[in-house]
Ligand binder design. Structure first.
Ligand SMILES: [Zn+2]
Length: 148
């Protein structure tokens, strides 16, 4: 018996998330800004949940940041061994002030990861980008001196 699901579906991400995903395809991280609380929100939201009002403008933020927290996963969600382990992390992007950007780390040994470590996005080649969070392959430690 073939138990594979054969269904087509579409999903409307909405204006803010749509702009965010389109930006990723272009190698840009798009945020919204609220002038009332001076927060830059990424992923972008059309509404500031702190001030209870619409956000005021779009902004592009840096693809660099600091590791806020991380995990070292040796087992997948469906109980398969992961070797090498996956390294999910919450990253506070430079210039943003609230929330965290969930992604994964690469080009780093698990024992070398530190809270507060400076990281930078590694983008997939332009031809491979699809307008997905995975257009960023992973974040890697920033080399001293910045741009690699
Ligand atoms: Zn606000």
């Amino acid at each position: 018996m073939d138990d594979a699901l054969d269904v087509a579906y579409t999903w409307d991400p909405g204006e803010a998330m749509g702009a965010f995903l389109e930006g990723l395809r272009d190698g840009r991280i798009i945020a919204t800004h609220c002038v009332s609380c001076e927060r830059t929100l990424v992923p972008p939201r059309k509404f500031c949940e702190r001030c209870f009002r619409p956000t005021d403008r779009w902004e592009e933020v840096a693809s660099t940041g600091l590791v806020e927290t991380f995990s070292i996963c040796h087992v997948s969600w469906d109980m398969r061994d992961l070797d090498p382990p996956e390294l999910p992390a919450v990253i506070r992007l430079d210039g943003t002030s609230d929330g965290g950007f969930l992604h994964k780390l690469g080009e780093v040994a698990p024992d070398d990861i530190r809270i507060g470590m400076a990281v930078e996005a590694v983008w997939r080649p332009l031809a491979e980008r699809t307008g997905s969070i995975l257009d960023i392959a992973y974040f890697r430690p920033r080399t001293a001196g910045g741009d690699a």
